[in-house]
Design a protein around this ligand. Structure first.
Ligand SMILES: Cc1cc2nc3c(=O)[nH]c(=O)nc-3n(C[C@H](O)[C@H](O)[C@H](O)COP(=O)(O)OP(=O)(O)OC[C@H]3O[C@@H](n4cnc5c(N)ncnc54)[C@H](O)[C@@H]3O)c2cc1C
Length: 129
């Protein structure tokens, strides 16, 4: 059985600490009138337990790992979880981003191309001189 538009909120365990179910709720895809952006909204009162004895988590890519270095450098993070930037230049002066950290999950060819491109931007700004 497939179920759509539900969100898992918690695992429910039995007395032996084995999974016995999932606490889920229904969600709807709503437009925020203030921002015009869509996002999932929980439908109040829709929580229920789905019985299960095995849970396989297949939630796909959740964004790049956030290194403590990012906050130490004062980097702003965008809503995709990647380093906010304009033409490779981050929100922190003299810090640049390229590759997966900048564009999200991608390919090696893009990482190489962006590495070259960011080097040109760094050189063009006279950083390190
Ligand atoms: C499972 C998997 C399979 C993939 N398969 C393919 C494929 O078949 N073909 C393809 O084209 N792409 C594939 N990709 C994507 C590809 O690997 C990435 O797009 C690419 O590696 C991104 O390069 P990058 O330089 O941006 O980041 P990364 O390769 O992630 O390099 C970032 C580096 O920074 C280092 N680092 C992080 N924090 C610090 C720190 N504080 N100090 C010092 N170093 C630090 C990390 O250790 C890492 O070495 C795959 C990715 C995954 C996860």
């Amino acid at each position: 059985m497939r179920q759509w538009a539900i969100q898992a909120k918690a695992f429910i365990s039995d007395a032996d600490d084995c999974v016995r179910g999932l606490l889920v709720c229904e969600i709807s895809w709503e437009k925020d009138p203030a921002t015009g952006k869509h996002h999932f909204v929980e439908i109040p009162g829709s929580e229920r337990e789905l019985p299960c004895d095995l849970a396989l988590i297949a939630i796909g890519y959740r964004g790049v790992e956030h290194s403590p270095l990012w906050s130490q450098l004062g980097l702003a993070i965008d809503e995709k979880g990647t380093v906010e930037n304009t033409n490779f230049i981050t929100s922190s002066d003299r810090v640049f981003a390229a590759g997966d950290a900048r564009r999200g999950q991608s390919l090696v060819v893009w990482a190489i191309a962006e590495g070259r491109e960011v080097a040109r931007v760094v050189a063009g700004r006279g950083v390190g001189e």
